[in-house]
Design a protein around this ligand. Structure first.
Ligand SMILES: Cc1ncc(COP(=O)(O)O)c(C=O)c1O
Length: 396
């Protein structure tokens, strides 16, 4: 495809960090986005599991517009109502008693890692600073969060890494148990690995980690940046596994595309922080929180979770049908509307093939097609994608 002028300029003025697809998007509504030539695409990626209510959601748009004309930013030196209401909603809906608002998933995880260290010190254990993480994990691109990420390709070139992270195989509680040392302050895992290839752990994995943390007096911290806010069919993914963590991080879908992250914690752990120990200029501005509050309202009133469960289950059955018809498919994975189709060979060309037929998806780890559409997507749109996948898999 010939590059447009915007694409050519873009290729010259940005730091070389993204391999973009040849598509300049200008507009979105619901699960549909349009490019600058007027072509429509059904968005089965939703900005990488972010735009869970669909593009240009009315309630969110209205809230942002009203707040933009009222009060955008005043800093965290003052109280503001939107952030207060948002934090109260998060506390009411989760295990947590306290919230720290920031701007991204990586920042939320940074806050969690800092909390693990200071909590251990406040508990009288200055020797505890290490965090056990999993191979295949993804926690962000800042220096500490990439150091906590169990993927060499994310870390390579940025050494020396931040000290204090030990890696164990995901979904292996025994390995975690064997790695806990007098220096361990916390375990940090995703309740379902997204970037790692849509990996759902065994039903008792998190329970075993919970027990280990309780026994050792250390924190269980769950990264729900990708899985949180309904993506897997429960508001928070750990609800599938019958446990609660001490700390949980959120971002992505919390603002339906607005930049927001959150670290949620029990009071016991959170009380280790004190004014001046952690902060952010932009975290929790009235503008972003008004948008996120509208997201919360949609979760309360628009049947988002129910749709995710029913369409997700239909989608997964259809993917299983594809697996039975096409020998190139190895496995169907995932929960709710975070689904993966693992292929037996490199699958990145399928992303292009689907885009050319009007569907946006992506591929993780080179082998797994990831589907993370808006949670209010319709069954008809899923069936259209399945039809296209049937066609492209025949030629794969
Ligand atoms: C599980 C998980 N944690 C953290 C991050 C980093 O979030 P952000 O890109 O907002 O910093 C991501 C992003 O994909 C993620 O999937």
């Amino acid at each position: 495809m010939k590059k447009t002028r915007t694409m050519e300029i873009s290729d010259t003025v940005f730091a070389n960090t993204y391999a973009r697809q040849p598509l300049c998007l200008v507009k979105g509504k619901g699960a549909t986005v349009w490019d600058d030539k007027g072509n429509a695409y059904t968005d089965f990626l939703a900005g990488i599991a972010v735009v869970s209510l669909g593009h240009s959601h009315e309630g969110v748009a209205k809230a942002i517009c009203e707040q933009a004309r009222t009060l955008v930013h005043v800093s965290n030196l003052y109280y503001t109502e939107p952030q207060t209401l948002l934090a109260r909603w998060l506390v009411e809906k989760s295990f947590a008693e306290q919230v720290f608002l920031c701007n991204s998933g990586a920042e939320a995880n940074e806050a969690a890692i800092k909390l693990a260290r200071i909590y251990a010190k406040k508990q009288g254990h200055p020797e505890r600073f290490r965090v056990i993480c999993a191979t295949g994990s993804f926690h962000g691109r800042t220096l500490a969060t990439l150091s906590a990420t169990g993927q060499e390709k994310v870390q390579k070139g940025f050494e020396p890494l931040v000290d204090g992270f030990d890696f164990v195989p995901y979904n292996n509680a025994k390995a975690a148990a064997d790695t806990i040392s007098p220096h361990t302050a916390a375990i940090l895992v995703e309740p379902l690995q997204g970037e790692g290839g849509i990996v759902v752990p065994d039903a008792d994995y998190l329970k075993k980690l919970r027990a280990l943390c309780d026994e050792a007096g250390i924190l269980l911290m769950l990264d729900e940046v990708q899985t949180g806010m309904g993506r897997t069919g429960k508001l928070f993914c750990h609800e599938h596994f019958g446990i609660t963590p001490d700390v949980m991080t959120l971002a992505k879908a919390l603002g339906n595309g607005l930049p927001i992250g959150a670290m949620l914690t029990t009071q016991k752990a959170g009380d280790a922080l004190a004014p001046g120990t952690h902060a952010t200029t932009f975290g929790g501005t009235p503008l972003i929180c008004a948008g996120a509050l509208a997201v919360a309202k949609a979760f309360d009133e628009e049947g988002v979770l129910e749709n995710c469960v029913s369409v997700g289950s239909h989608f997964k059955k259809q993917l299983a049908g594809l697996a039975s018809r096409h020998a190139c498919v190895e496995e169907v994975k995932g929960l709710g509307l975070l689904l993966g189709l693992k292929m037996k060979k490199d699958a990145s060309s399928l992303v292009d093939a689907c885009r050319e037929k009007g569907f946006l998806i992506n591929c993780v780890q080179g082998h797994t097609l990831r589907f993370a559409p808006p949670l209010n997507i319709g069954i008809g749109q899923v069936d259209e994608l399945i039809k296209v996948l049937d066609e492209v898999l025949k030629e794969f």
